[in-house]
Design a protein around this ligand. Structure first.
Ligand code: PHE
Length: 340
């Protein structure tokens, strides 16, 4: 009988050590220690043995149980550890693999031009003002000295929303808003923003584009101040030696009005394909604020003068970076956008 238990123990310990998982281990434990196990059978037959044998066999069975239970516990620990190791191995990361590439966003080139211009103007003592893109006829035209039926309203084909509301055709209405708010005090502002015109889109026209309006109102303001300011701005944005030239022009809200050219920053004024050989490039409209505009906004034109200008942001940006189609700014082709 003792030999039978010895054999049983050898088999039990071997099978326990081979259990692959907790289920198998539990089954093996039941096989050797459960109610239907050989040792249970032996214990059931105890009555048949002599006192001496009972002592010997009983002792051996107890040893067997202790040994098997200890082996089961040990194997359980091993299995747990194996499972942790397996999980860790499956989660292993190869830190030497190349990383994923994220594409970085950046400022749109028009935003860059605006921020550059704003910085220059702030450095010259200007404040930034803004106005609505959906504007009233009153500010866009009327207060800009363009009464109803004024022929110059045709200069700017307008998107009307209602009789009195429209998409602003220029940033000049912000002039009127700023003057009304300043209530007769001196003014020095620039007003950047989007404007809209009923143009068919092509290489040089866009139904939406951007301007930066400038307005300075004070006593003793002359055209020399306008020329000085613009010379300073363009020498900063297009290069130190850039010169500014005025040509007579017409805008209803300025008198006199001028169109402003700068020396071609590519050839310095000698003449090249960019400036079509004449050395100058037109960049903006400007002039002395019309007395009617001052008066309507509460300024006495006999006491106050002002100058105003409207710079086309796309035009400056196209010149600065050699871009030949305005549509590039608005079609969002990453091959274009990523270049800046
Ligand atoms: N508002 C004019 C335009 O859009 C530009 C301009 C602004 C001209 C200020 C003179 C003074 O064409």
């Amino acid at each position: 009988m003792i030999n039978v238990i010895n054999d049983l123990e050898v088999r039990a310990l071997e099978k326990i050590s081979q259990a692959k998982n907790v289920n198998e281990l539990n089954e093996t434990k039941a096989e050797f220690l459960g109610k239907k196990s050989p040792v249970s059978e032996i214990m059931g037959k105890m009555r048949e043995f002599s006192v001496e044998q009972k002592k010997e066999i009983g002792g051996r069975v107890n040893q067997f149980k202790v040994a098997v239970e200890a082996a089961v516990l040990k194997r359980l620990e091993e299995i747990k550890e194996e499972e942790v190791n397996k999980k860790l191995a499956s989660e292993e990361i190869d830190v030497t693999l190349p990383g994923k590439k994220f594409s970085k966003g950046s400022l749109h080139v028009l935003t860059k031009t605006i921020e550059e211009l704003e910085d220059i103007f702030i450095g010259m003592g200007y404040q930034i003002a803004e106005g609505p893109e959906v504007e009233e006829d009153l500010y866009n035209f009327e207060m800009m000295n363009l009464p109803k039926d004024h022929p110059a309203r045709d200069m700017q084909d307008t998107f009307y929303i209602t009789e009195t509301n429209l998409m602003r055709t220029h940033t000049s209405p912000v002039q009127a808003r700023v003057m009304l708010e300043a209530k007769g005090k001196p003014i020095k502002v620039v007003c950047p923003g989007k404007v809209y015109r009923r143009d068919n889109d092509d290489a040089t026209h866009s139904h939406q584009f951007m301007q930066i309006e400038g307005l300075v109102v004070d006593t003793n303001i002359t055209m020399a101040d306008l020329k000085g300011a613009l010379t300073q701005v363009f020498s900063k944005i297009l290069g130190e030696n850039t010169k500014v030239r005025f040509r007579p022009s017409y805008f209803p809200f300025t008198e006199p009005s001028v169109e402003v050219d700068v020396t071609c920053f590519k050839c310095g004024g000698k003449g090249c394909p960019l400036c079509k050989g004449n050395g100058w490039i037109e960049v903006l409209g400007a002039g002395m604020v019309h007395p009617n505009v001052l008066r309507m906004a509460g300024y006495d034109p006999l006491k106050y003068q002002g100058f105003a200008f409207g710079i086309g942001i796309e035009r400056i940006t196209m010149l600065k970076y050699g871009i030949d189609d305005i549509r590039n700014f608005y079609t969002n082709d990453p091959r274009f956008i990523k270049q800046f």
